[in-house]
Design a protein. Structure first.
Ligand code: ASP
Length: 415
């Protein structure tokens, strides 16, 4: 099976998933065809995600260790670090500013009243977490016994441990060459497994999309249509205009070339709503299709999958303003600055799993005194919006790897 045909199959799977989902939705949940269809889709979709998660932790671990260790000279390591963090922070900041601007201009939730959502809110119990608590929890989760972190799939803690081990390999130099070779070979093997799993991608994606379309509650979707449209529109603006423009200005790569190389990862992100589950595919796209060097991709992409979430940051900002409108509170400029900061922090702290942004949004709402229970209003539309924001999150990681690669090349040629 060659690359082109896999891509075509994934596109076909996407279309078929949506069409079948619509058909099942029309037949209704009671129909036996729908039930059998949904059951099969659940099996296949879960299998696909399980397989991706099976390779996730070994992949993150080895790719970061190898990525860092290969950035041999300290100077190069500093450059990659700096470039990556600057890129992540600035693109997330742009995303939040976009979100705040459109929400201020278009005022989602203006015509709705919170009383309409009383039922939804009553059944909702939010875990109370203030900003200091969130920060302490976040910091605590960074450092963990590596075996526990690997076993519990705590991606962030695995990333941190792998970073440290990679740095130790650089500092230790020749003496630990064998360990580095072992890691490199292990990484190769895991990537081979990823290649096999990708053959299932067209079916997995079809199954996941089918379930999403068939089980979506459309009545609430229409009530919240303005909010949904604003979030999607702004995400599109960021994903289709801002990120490709940054990419073009810095690297000269055209959007078309980028999308052709990135589409497997973007569609998988859309279907799984999880940057972490998509990571094996993202890494494959970066290296094989977009030709990012393994050292750079192996560092930027896994870190980005847990930290760099433009889509989530944007969503949290729009959602906070939406809820403020619903409860009739006007947020001052200073309060909006607080939303700006906490939305970024909440996005960085959100793990790359479905609906994670929803959970960390508690922090944003609490920071400006908005009722946390109001999150319940967003729950029915969260799944749909999660697909788009995860796609933008993953796109940001891929653009980041290309930009950082360009930056270090430029620095090298300046010397
Ligand atoms: N699902 C998103 C991701 O994995 C996180 C979120 O809920 O916003 O990137």
């Amino acid at each position: 099976m060659n690359k082109v045909s896999l891509n075509t199959q994934i596109l076909l799977g996407t279309l078929l998933g949506v069409v079948l989902g619509l058909w099942f939705a029309q037949l209704g949940q009671a129909s036996s065809i729908t039930q059998t269809g949904l059951y099969t889709a659940k099996l296949v979709g879960t299998l696909f995600i399980d397989l991706l998660q099976m390779v996730l932790i070994p992949l993150v671990f080895t790719s970061i260790v190898v990525g860092v260790a290969n950035l041999r000279s300290h100077q190069q390591m500093n450059r990659v670090w700096r470039g990556t963090l600057i890129f992540f922070a600035s693109t997330m900041a742009i995303a939040v500013v976009l979100g705040l601007t459109t929400a201020n201009l278009l005022q989602p939730g203006g015509g709705l009243q919170i009383a309409m959502f009383q039922d939804a809110m009553q059944g909702f119990q939010a875990t109370q977490m203030s900003l200091p608590d969130f920060f302490a929890h976040f910091l605590h989760s960074l450092f963990q016994n590596p075996i526990a972190a690997l076993a519990q799939s705590n991606v962030l803690a695995v990333v941190i441990f792998a970073l440290l081990l990679g740095i130790a390999l650089v500092v230790g130099g020749e003496r630990y060459r064998n360990i580095l070779i072992l890691m490199q070979e292990f990484l190769e093997l895991i990537l081979m497994l990823v290649g096999w799993i990708m053959r299932l991608a067209p079916f997995g994606i079809m199954a996941l999309l089918l379930q999403l379309v068939a089980t979506q509650d459309t009545s609430l979707l229409t009530t919240l249509i303005k909010f949904v449209a604003i979030v999607m529109g702004t995400l599109l603006l960021h994903g289709v205009v801002v990120l490709p423009l940054i990419l073009y200005l810095i690297t000269g790569m055209t959007p078309l070339k980028f999308w052709l190389g990135a589409r497997e990862a973007l569609i998988t992100a859309f279907a799984t709503s999880s940057s972490a589950a998509t990571l094996p595919v993202t890494l494959r796209c970066a290296e094989q299709h977009l030709h990012v060097k393994r050292d750079v991709a192996g560092f930027v992409i896994p870190l980005g999958a847990t930290m760099n979430m433009d889509g989530t940051a944007l969503y949290e900002a729009v959602a906070a303003l939406f809820i403020a409108n619903l409860v009739g509170i006007e947020l001052s400029f200073v309060q909006q600055m607080v939303v700006f900061l906490t939305a970024m922090l909440a996005a960085i702290g959100a793990p790359g799993i479905p609906s994670a942004g929803m959970v960390t949004m508690v922090v944003v709402l609490q920071s400006v005194g908005l009722p946390v229970e109001a999150i319940a209003i967003l729950l029915p539309v969260d799944r749909v919006l999660d697909t788009f924001r995860t796609m933008v999150n993953v796109e940001g990681d891929l653009v980041g790897s290309l930009v950082v690669q360009k930056w270090i090349k430029q620095d090298q040629s300046d010397e």
